[in-house]
Design a protein around this ligand. Structure first.
Ligand SMILES: Nc1ncnc2c1ncn2[C@@H]1O[C@H](COP(=O)(O)OP(=O)(O)OP(=O)(O)O)[C@@H](O)[C@H]1O
Ligand SMILES: [Mg+2]
Length: 332
């Protein structure tokens, strides 16, 4: 649906040229929730602004729905932009307009007949759960509510793609979660492709299917969330994904087991159940597990008890649950 080919962007500044995107190629397929994660200054906002030509790329191609965006006339570009909704960290609502009138705004620009526009706007308010706030001004709404209005406004023209730039960065964790859930519903219900720019791993974990890691204007890693999350290759990806201080230092012990959670098991308290069922005490030496879509991912290093019978019970328990493990040597 969106293909980026060798995309570059150089800004001319008073200090000379600044090459912010250095040849980005990416494929975003229809219906995906595609996350792009990177540290501050990596070029994320520039990239997403290039996708809808808010920022004209210096070189390279953006193919959207088979059209080369660089070949479009201004008029055609405006039309294509209607099928690319955009939302931002700072909501960007029009302060003088009520929630309903903010949503009406893009419909007015698209010359949708008044009555039809009004019906559509009310329907969207309901979709984002704010029917009772139609006449509230942005200053009378919470951050989460403002972002809901912004999402409704972005959906007004029935876009095929929603471009989201740090849309939850100004929100608390609970509100973040509910906004992400809303975006996921929109993706499932209407098949809208979503591009999520973020510096927060939890955003990627909660809703993205694919992820690309951007650093210094280059894509340094890309793949499905599971793969990149389980085995981040680059230093930056590790820094973003793995919790701080997660390296294993100076461990002692005898027999040791590494468990790999690859999404096959639901996230139940595996270790405490294991201890109960096997009547064996294990020591968690290291864990880096996360829950994505109610499935467990990551790995855990366990120090096993001394007696062989307990160990056999533990291995049988893990086999039974199809949890992958391998025994490891520990270096003292
Ligand atoms: N219009 C511009 N003119 C000159 N330099 C710019 C312009 N826009 C962005 N930059 C520079 O490009 C680099 C990347 O900026 P960008 O906003 O894309 O980063 P980002 O990854 O979105 O960061 P953040 O996570 O902080 O939002 C920065 O060094 C920034 O100063
Ligand atoms: Mg940014």
């Amino acid at each position: 649906m969106i293909r980026l080919r060798h995309l570059t962007k150089t800004f001319e500044t008073s200090q000379g040229n600044l090459e912010v995107l250095k040849g980005i190629s990416l494929d975003i397929n229809e219906g995906e929730i595609f996350g792009i994660i990177g540290l501050s200054g990596a070029g994320k906002s520039t990239l997403i602004r290039c996708i809808n030509f808010l920022e004209k790329p210096t070189d390279g191609e953006i193919i959207f729905d088979g059209m080369n965006m660089g070949d479009l006339s201004r008029k055609e570009l405006l039309k294509v932009r209607q099928s690319m909704g955009m939302i931002f960290q700072s909501f960007n609502l029009l302060a003088q307009r009520t929630a309903l009138k903010n949503i009406l705004y893009p419909l007015e620009i698209a010359n949708v007949p008044k009555e039809e526009a009004m019906d559509r706007a009310r329907e969207l308010l309901e979709l984002v759960g704010l029917s009772d706030k139609a006449n509230a001004y942005p200053s009378q709404l919470s951050g989460g509510q403002q972002q809901r209005v912004a999402i409704a406004r972005a959906l007004a023209t029935n876009p095929k793609v929603l471009l989201c730039d740090e849309v939850t960065s100004a929100l608390d964790p609970n509100t973040t979660s509910s906004i992400l859930q809303l975006l996921q519903n929109i993706n499932h219900t209407f098949g809208v492709t979503i591009v999520m720019i973020t510096h927060e791993m939890k955003v990627i974990e909660q809703i993205c299917t694919q992820v690309a890691v951007i650093d210094g204007g280059n894509i340094i890693e890309t793949g499905n969330v599971k793969d990149v999350f389980l085995r981040p290759q680059s230093e930056i990806a590790k820094q973003l994904i793995l919790p701080k201080g997660s390296e294993i230092h100076n461990m002692t012990g005898k027999r040791c087991l590494r468990l790999i959670f690859d999404g096959n098991s639901a996230f139940e308290p595996i270790i405490s159940n294991m201890a109960l069922e096997c009547r064996a005490v294990v020591n968690i030496l290291y864990a880096n597990t996360k829950c994505i879509d109610n499935k467990a991912f990551g790995e855990m290093l366990l120090q096993l008890p001394d007696d062989d019978i307990s160990i056999e019970r533990i291995l049988a328990y893990l086999d039974n649950r199809e949890i992958y493990y391998k025994e490891e040597e520990l270096h003292v």
